[in-house]
Design a protein around this ligand. Structure first.
Ligand SMILES: NC(=O)c1ccc[n+]([C@@H]2O[C@H](COP(=O)([O-])OP(=O)(O)OC[C@H]3O[C@@H](n4cnc5c(N)ncnc54)[C@H](OP(=O)(O)O)[C@@H]3O)[C@@H](O)[C@H]2O)c1
Length: 268
């Protein structure tokens, strides 16, 4: 059972992981050390998250069974080349566009490797994390990491070849949804509803519809039909969305972000 964890990079995502693990529903008490680039960020994390946090990557990595990399993708290579891992250690990356092959090579080709792609709703335990095995990773290690990210929301195991697409869909996806909520809320203001109530109506509608899809397991088109009464109001709204090419626009958004992730991978 993995208990001793180092999180390299305590920004938004590093913090989300700490928050999830501190409120672990499994009853496991994880020993967490975080690192940052600057002492200022480390002090901030110590105060807010009540964990050990400093700027010494070598010390944190050396003492950990599991090392979670949560820095920007371009920072990964130097950190790993400066801090080679042993065969007893497990390295988990949440960094976009960094492959398991690169992680393995840069970390000294001894540690077990897992790549993940979480998203920011992990901060409130409503995230979704895609995960794949890399070199030397056992089933048991995969299960341990599934359990850890399971504390932050849903987890799904996927082929690594799909990870740029996952980045474009669920990694970047919260931003697309916020834009939609903002626009629906703006529409509410336009028809005379207060900003606060319009945002509640928009966001809760988005969440309720998402829950219907997940809990009922029906095709979204069938659920859409439930709302669309003949000669009713919804069909007029849907026509306006089709005219505005919402579907193809969303598909293009995911494809553009996927292409960007692929490009970043080639540069790394
Ligand atoms: N944000 C998202 O929605 C999202 C979703 C999925 C995956 N990701 C991936 O998650 C990773 C982190 O993203 P983020 O949004 O959490 O970034 P962020 O908020 O900018 O945080 C980066 C963190 O890394 C620290 N850091 C920088 N250089 C370091 C070094 N040499 N040693 C130790 N720590 C160092 C920074 O410390 P200082 O504050 O001291 O500079 C900061 O705490 C990225 O690779 C991204 O691809 C992000």
């Amino acid at each position: 059972m993995i208990k001793n964890i180092a999180i390299i990079g305590m920004g938004k995502m590093g913090e989300a992981i700490v928050q999830g693990l501190k409120q672990s529903s499994s009853g496991i008490h994880y020993q967490i050390t975080g690192t940052t680039r600057t002492e200022e960020s480390a002090a901030d994390a110590r105060t807010r998250l009540q964990i050990d946090c400093h700027t010494d990557n070598a010390k944190a990595i050396k003492n950990a069974e599991l090392v979670i990399l949560a820095v920007k993708p371009h920072q990964v290579e130097k950190i790993l080349r400066d801090n080679q891992l042993s065969q007893k250690q497990l390295l988990v990356s949440i960094c976009a566009a960094v492959t398991t092959e690169q992680l393995s090579e840069w970390s000294g080709s001894k540690a077990s490797i897992i790549r993940t792609m979480p998203n920011t709703p992990c901060l409130i335990k409503s995230g979704v994390t895609a995960i794949c095995k890399g070199p030397r990773c056992s089933e048991e290690q995969l299960h341990s990491v599934e359990k850890i990210f399971g504390e932050l929301g849903e987890v799904t195991v996927l082929e690594e070849s799909l990870f740029d697409g996952v980045t474009g869909l669920s990694g970047c996806g919260p931003a697309y949804i916020y834009l939609m909520i903002e626009s629906l809320s703006e529409a509410g203001v336009k028809v005379g509803i207060s900003r606060k109530q319009a945002t509640l109506l928009a966001a809760q509608t988005m969440m309720g519809a998402a829950k219907m899809v997940l809990e009922r397991g029906e095709h979204p088109a069938a659920l859409k039909d439930e709302v669309t009464t003949p000669a009713g109001c919804t069909v007029d709204g849907l026509m306006a969305l089709e005219e505005g090419r919402l579907r193809v626009t969303l598909i293009k958004a995911v494809l553009a972000a996927t292409a960007r992730s692929k490009k970043m991978g080639k540069k790394a």
